[in-house]
Design a binder for this molecule. Structure first.
Ligand SMILES: Cc1cc2nc3c(=O)[nH]c(=O)nc-3n(C[C@H](O)[C@H](O)[C@H](O)COP(=O)(O)O)c2cc1C
Length: 357
């Protein structure tokens, strides 16, 4: 039987899984060693890549950690819309002296094989993004001793997560950096994202399973706020993106606090699914035209993003970031966990005293 979430790690601080080489084993190990919960991101990894990362992480820490999978997406992309977008991006390919990627190259991301790795080599926690796994999958993981988490962006999605049998739900507010974990990508719902504090309250009144809160959290005082609202732990992405252990590029890390980037936006420009990033040239120029086609657009733009990163061109990269990005601190990950925990403690004291006006 899996234990309660908060028994697994001393501080209610989860380092968000961040695909694309950001949440590497050294980052996860540093967080887990400091008393938070470190996470590996397997969304864009092969099954063997996931296995190797688990092995490496286990050599770095004996403490609990998590691994994250993306749910496979239904085939509803409109090939004509993908073609039109590819036509629009031809100039980018010429500018970066590369070819566009094959949109069909990676529809099967190896979900089943990665799941098999996690059942053969059970890890303490597994989380899912972009949908709800079957009750069978969640049961098998529980039997293997794994605690399961699934992202939800509305109270209705949280109910689906509870009914499927997950141990806890990640309530992801619209402030969050990176991809929204919406279960079905419905373009008509664009712009209807719910702010984290409101979402936690709605989820708390809808389900009884524990809640992990994610989105825009950069300080311990905000962790105190989400705990007071009904969450059991906070999941932070952007805050850990800036640490030296994170595998994000130096350009991405510097952009978080560069006054050149003042805003974030949800965009389909890079992947075809809404994700929050710093507003740069690529996002501004192409965001309004990108179709709802994940993972096709992710594969189509992959060589462009790589070429921009190689050239150190922040204006052509996917600079995923949450709304709190300007508060990012370049502290080593373990120290960041300790500072957040101290801030949380101080906020708790302030809360019990009550503030005088
Ligand atoms: C660079 C980046 C990559 C991310 N990749 C993943 C991922 O692979 N899987 C996942 O479940 N969430 C992913 N997320 C979303 C986080 O789980 C979390 O919801 C988000 O970081 C919280 O908002 P914050 O960035 O403002 O802290 C990513 C976020 C960022 C910033």
């Amino acid at each position: 039987m899996s234990s309660a979430l908060t028994d697994l790690f001393p501080y209610p601080i989860v380092q968000a899984p961040m695909a694309g080489g950001v949440s590497v084993p050294t980052l996860a190990a540093a967080v887990s060693e400091a008393g938070g919960l470190g996470f590996l991101a397997a969304g864009y990894k092969t099954a063997d890549g996931l296995y190797q990362e688990i092995k490496q992480l286990r050599s770095l820490t004996g403490r609990p950690f998590g691994a994250n999978l993306f749910m496979p997406q239904p085939e509803y992309a409109d090939p004509a819309a993908v073609d039109v977008y590819a036509h629009q991006l031809a100039g980018e390919a010429a500018w970066y002296e590369t070819e566009l990627g094959d949109p069909e190259s990676g529809r099967d991301d190896g979900y089943e094989a990665k799941l098999a790795v996690l059942l053969d080599n059970p890890v303490p926690v597994v989380s899912f993004h972009f949908g709800v796994p079957s009750p069978d999958v969640l049961n098998s993981l529980r039997r293997a001793g794994t605690f399961t988490l699934v992202t939800a962006t509305t109270a209705e999605e949280a109910l689906a997560v509870e009914r499927a049998g997950a141990d806890a739900v990640i309530a992801q507010g619209v402030e969050a950096g990176g991809h929204q974990g919406t279960h079905r990508d419905i373009p008509e719902a664009d712009g209807s994202g719910i702010g984290l504090l409101s979402l936690i309250a709605q989820v708390r009144e809808t389900v009884t399973i524990p809640i992990v809160a994610a989105g825009g959290i950069m300080r311990g005082s905000q962790i105190a706020a989400v705990l007071a609202a009904g969450a059991s732990a906070a999941q932070l992405g952007t805050a850990f993106l800036a640490t030296p252990e994170s595998g994000a590029s130096a350009v991405h890390k510097q952009a978080l606090t560069n006054p050149l980037f003042v805003r974030t936006e949800l965009t389909r420009a890079f992947s075809g699914r809404p994700a929050r990033g710093l507003v740069n040239r690529f996002l501004r120029e192409h965001g309004p035209y990108a179709p709802a086609a994940y993972p096709e657009i992710h594969h189509l733009t992959s060589p462009l993003r790589k070429a921009a990163a190689k050239a150190g061109d922040a204006q052509g990269m996917a600079l995923w970031a949450g709304q709190g990005h300007r508060m990012a601190r370049e502290l080593p990950a373990g120290q960041l966990v300790e500072v957040l925990a101290a801030e949380l403690g101080a906020a708790g004291t302030a809360l019990s005293r009550g503030g005088a006006l």
